[in-house]
Write a protein that binds this ligand. Sequence first.
Ligand code: HEM
Length: 480
Amino acid sequence: PGWIAPLVGRLSKLGPPGELAAALVTRLVGTGAARGGPEIPQAVGSISAVVGQAFFVPLYDLFLTYGGIFRLNFGPKSFLIVSDPGIAKHILRENSKAYSKGILAEILEFVMGTGLIPADGEVWRVRRRAIVPALHQKYVTAMIGLFGEASDRLCQKLDKAASDGEDVEMESLFSRLTLDVIGKAVFNYDFDSLSYDNGIVEAVYVTLREAEMRSTSPIPTWEIPIWKDISPRQKKVNEALKLINTTLDELIAICKRLVEQEDLQFHEEYMNEQDPSILHFLLASGDDVSSKQLRDDLMTMLIAGHETSAAVLTWTFYLLSKYPKVMAKLQDEVDSILGDGLPTIEDVKKLKYTTRVINESLRLYPQPPVLIRRSLEDDMLGGYPIGRGEDIFISVWNLHHCPKHWDDAEVFNPERWPLDGPNPNEINQNFSYLPFGGGPRKCVGDMFATFETVVATAMLVKRFDFQMAPGAPPQYDRLI
Ligand code: HEM
């Protein structure tokens, strides 16, 4: 059917060809019928007008037809699509040990190695235990100053554009804002990408674009022997990775010297005021780790904390431009709380409506829209038996847009969570809302990212009004 072509194109890119044989075996032995249990519904039929859309969009229509768990087959490949909060909770929290990152780890290996996002098993356990303490309360509070300074630099850039009456492309500016923030926050490096481009900024973008291409390209050209060594694109990627790795090695060496020279006692909320970075904490803690693993973890945090926050800010301002009443209410709150200086932690805690705006933006446009897992053993999902080796997509997009769970699911309504209530999270929303995932693999930067996006949003709307530029390309949206 017509819809399958783009879907096959997009999904098959998610696995290298070497997996085909394994996937075939999975199909032959892994279905419920073969195991004597009920069979998971299989998606069939046609969906029109999916060409040019991201793959999670047609998955939403399939979810409405087939329900909270269904199987998607094409050729020898097969995926389980999960959109049910109970099943998501089972995979992510209750039986998380029985699932790995699967395809995700394979695609991201070239850039993240065995960093915290793709890592599984013992490597993950050890690294998670080392890294989580680095993001303690005092560190996140110290970061508020960094968020404010970077947002102020962006405001100055926008001041100029506003006085010249120019349109600005906010997506790339947000990407630079969050790159500048995460560089300082993770390894005390000032990319200063809001001010100018340099080789290392370019190298980060080459790498990010490659990661994106690898997760959406139909043919894994980067695996073709010989071609992978002579293709100009792959050469550029390898050079970019080399430059980033050399820079990281230098930063690690500088930081090691700093740690040796300081006479600060290491303790739970240890933080060097001049260099509060996560790298500094890790080295000072005596973290016993190979330099390759440390680089993998730093690179992972750089990527994890950069494009996600940038995308959240971009979608938030898109939504605000579509909902002027929300923008007006937001500006009222910000005007009543922020003074002339940079926001403090006390201010941020009072910015409750701003926080709801970010919460709701994350509901409508979750980053990433799907969580990827692979079953490591047989299990039961929603009453269906599944086998080992199943590739699973938990559609956060479907959970967040489910018409049964959310009133007016497609409406941007920050008021859906009362200001005096708790901040919504996967626990109090019983896995119907999981912008930062859930269970042991939950995002380590959730507080960091929430404060970062709240500070940037508040400072920007205090200074400027935003509207879509005339002639801006149309966006995908189902907003009412
Ligand atoms: C994991 C979202 C910002 C570091 C995750 C996961 C999600 C997520 C959904 C779970 C992935 C999975 O279960 O497969 C976000 C969003 C962010 C954000 C929406 C911004 C708005 C950050 C920042 C950092 C960070 C700023 C670093 C300071 C990580 C790491 C993991 C992770 C290291 C892997 C944790 C593990 O597997 O143990 N993030 N993240 N994230 N995030 Fe974030």
